[in-house]
Write a protein that binds this ligand. Structure first.
Ligand code: ADP
Length: 393
């Protein structure tokens, strides 16, 4: 069965065509600058990369072009081969606790949460409607970033603020990257043949979040009402004292929107180093003696270590720590530094084993009290698996 996993942004559309149950990626690609001029797209198939510039006035046009290309490039021989389309949807509010078949009624309900993810949800929904228009007979499934975290209890998801903010406005921790955390949890539980593991899942990419999972249920996660909370990230601050917002507004004359934008886009590794949000650039700068880059990296790693220690306590002792996403899967230096900063938990990283990238691997030493694994994430595969499961239901 062929399933398309889709991630639609306001001017982009990312897709992966996956064969199930073999889990083989058949083709993948990205449509960019949709509706804003100079649009282009890239399709990867059998190791070749095909790029074309073409005016794409909206997402429906992009979907039509994609379908034409899938046929022209002999990736599929007819559109009937696509049996389902799984869509990443960022926010499912408190209502959507698992993936769901999308109908116009369901989309209207999801739109109720647009206010909670104004940059993402409207774009995700636009992508769904584009596929519904071009492929009206194919099942569409919504897979929510927030859903996996819906098992958190009130004592974890509530903020200690006036209770009516929660009751009236839905102010609470929702958590994000749920599809990735669910995938790596499932992968490590299958690999270690134990569905009841207590897992600390560290998704460390450009964005980053850490999740404490007990027997498949999220106990707590670092991102919050929005993805701004938790650990320090590429460009996001992570946790800060909320009072600094008003203070900085007074000092700089910036609006609240501008300061919030600074916290999302000009902070984190970028804000401290002044160089880049990208871990590779930070590592290079450290090697050439840049002190601010070193400071940024030390802060970055410390905050990750702090949350791992906190979640080890919350889980009453974790069975396994998992590192995933761009930095977690690839940055040997960051993993080594995290290991050193959680040495008090009895964690010992094996230098030789840690010398790896992008593969499922045990990187801790035999004497490590908690084993540490690198587990490559695959949100697209998780989306495709959910889609298949709902089609077969
Ligand atoms: P996103 O949140 O955008 O999905 P990714 O999970 O792709 O992010 O992670 C991007 C991050 O991964 C970047 O900071 C990048 O520097 C880092 N990264 C990728 N490859 C390497 C590498 N070989 N060494 C260090 N960092 C890497």
């Amino acid at each position: 069965m062929k399933i398309l996993a889709v991630n639609a942004g306001s001017s982009s559309l990312k897709f992966t065509l996956i064969e199930l149950p073999s889990q083989e990626t058949i083709a993948s690609g990205l449509f960019e600058k949709i509706g804003i001029g100079n649009s282009m797209y890239t399709i990867k198939f059998k190791g070749e990369k095909y790029t074309k510039e073409l005016d794409l006035k909206d997402h429906a046009v992009a979907v039509q072009v994609l379908m034409d290309e899938l046929i022209n490039m002999h990736i599929i021989s007819s559109l009937e081969e696509i049996e389902g389309i799984g869509h990443r949807i960022v926010h499912g509010g408190q209502e959507f606790k698992e993936s769901i078949v999308l109908t116009e009624d369901v989309l209207k309900k999801i739109e109720n949460y647009n206010e909670l993810a104004p940059l993402h949800n409207p774009a995700n929904i636009m992508g769904v409607r584009a596929f519904m228009k071009v492929l009206p007979h194919v099942t569409n499934v919504g897979v929510f970033d927030t859903a996996f975290h819906s098992s958190m209890e009130p004592k974890e998801y509530l903020y200690p603020v006036p209770y009516e903010w929660y009751q009236q406005y839905g102010v609470r921790k929702y958590g994000f990257h749920g599809t990735s955390h669910r995938y790596v949890n499932k992968t490590i539980c299958e690999y270690l043949k134990n569905p009841n593991l207590k897992v600390i899942s560290c998704h460390i990419g450009n964005g980053g979040s850490i999740t404490a999972i007990n027997a498949g249920k999220v106990v707590d996660t670092t991102m919050g009402f929005t993805p701004l909370a938790g650990i320090m990230m590429g460009t996001r601050s992570g946790d800060i004292d909320a009072s600094l917002i008003e203070y900085v507004m007074h000092k700089t004359g910036e609006s609240i929107t501008e300061v919030t934008n600074d916290l999302n886009k000009r902070s984190g590794l970028l804000g401290i180093s002044g160089i880049s949000s990208d871990s590779r650039d930070i590592e290079e700068a450290i090697k050439s003696g840049n002190e601010k880059a070193r400071l940024a990296q030390e802060m970055y790693v410390q905050k990750i270590a702090n949350y791992i220690a906190m979640y080890n306590n919350l889980l009453d002792g974790a069975d396994v720590i998992v590192l995933t996403a761009g930095v977690g899967e690839n940055s040997i230096m960051t993993r080594k530094m995290i290991g050193e900063k959680i040495a008090s938990l009895g964690v010992v990283i094996d230098e030789e084993a840690n010398n790896c990238r992008g593969e499922l691997k045990l990187i801790s030493a035999a004497e490590s009290k908690i084993p540490v694994y690198v587990v490559p994430t695959n949100e697209e595969l998780m989306i495709a698996l959910d889609t298949m499961a709902l089609i077969e239901k």
